[in-house]
Design a protein around this ligand. Sequence first.
Ligand SMILES: [Zn+2]
Length: 324
Amino acid sequence: MIKEIEDLQELKNLNHPLVHFEILEEINSKGSTYPIFGITLGSQDRTLPTLGLIGGVHGLERVGSQIIITFIQSIINQLSWDHTLRENFKNYRIVCIPILNPGGMAEFTRCNPENVDLMRNSPIEATGKVLPLVSGHRISPLLPWYRGQEGVLEKESQVLINFVKKEIFSAQVSVVLDIHSGFGIKDQIWYPFAKSQEHFPYLNEIKKIKNLLDKTYPHHIYKVEAQSLNYMTHGDLWDYLFEIHTQEKKSEDSVFLPLTLELGSWNWIKKNPLQFFSKLGLYHPMKEHRYSRIMRRHLHLLDFLMRVTKNHQSWLAPSKDNLL
Ligand SMILES: [Zn+2]
């Protein structure tokens, strides 16, 4: 069994009344079956401000799943003694899928057990400068970044789409963080699009969040920019979900901000070149002290996004109470 799934099972067994676990799907890989857990914390009213946390889309990038599991664990522990936190959770919610691709995680592969790269699997076609193979292709499942057959959504992709539609789209304000690792030197927060350099309709809201982050944590380490400035891809699931949200949203001023946290792991390699030869090397901090630092550092970001989502009235709408 996967260690991270065991950790989730342990959290589930705590049966905390404010935390709900659901098995969204089961994935078979090489004779074993792995659950995809969906978790909701706080109020069950889906119209309330919602923070979404997604991890383990790529099976090798397990550090993202571990950050989310550590965060949930910390909240569950705080709920046992922090009365204010319990009260606050009546007015907002956190929803997560800590491991979307457990089959890939079990097999130490980026793709799912069908050899499909889930972040290339949606029907979105990129326009502009795309890279051969890396941006997604349908040449062969034997090559990395394979998009899958045209018109076929993988089980895991469908789970994410259904979960986001059900748990996030009814919220008036929602922020999502999908955590990946392995690209670049800096830790980056990307906003859409991956498909093109088209203007993201909520760029103003992104700027407001960035402004809050800069003011709250002047020494933060994140570089915030459009994903397309780094590379463009076909089939991004967040571009697809954003398109669905735009078509289906119930009110004009409903806000859906899907962000990606890309942990720059090249520094981990630079500091520990032997790591290069490990299966997880490019995607996971191997040294204990580096691992602890990464956990600490990003828990602040998750906590910040939770407060930003919860307090959206104070920064989102232009009003005289607006603090910005
Ligand atoms: Zn990734």
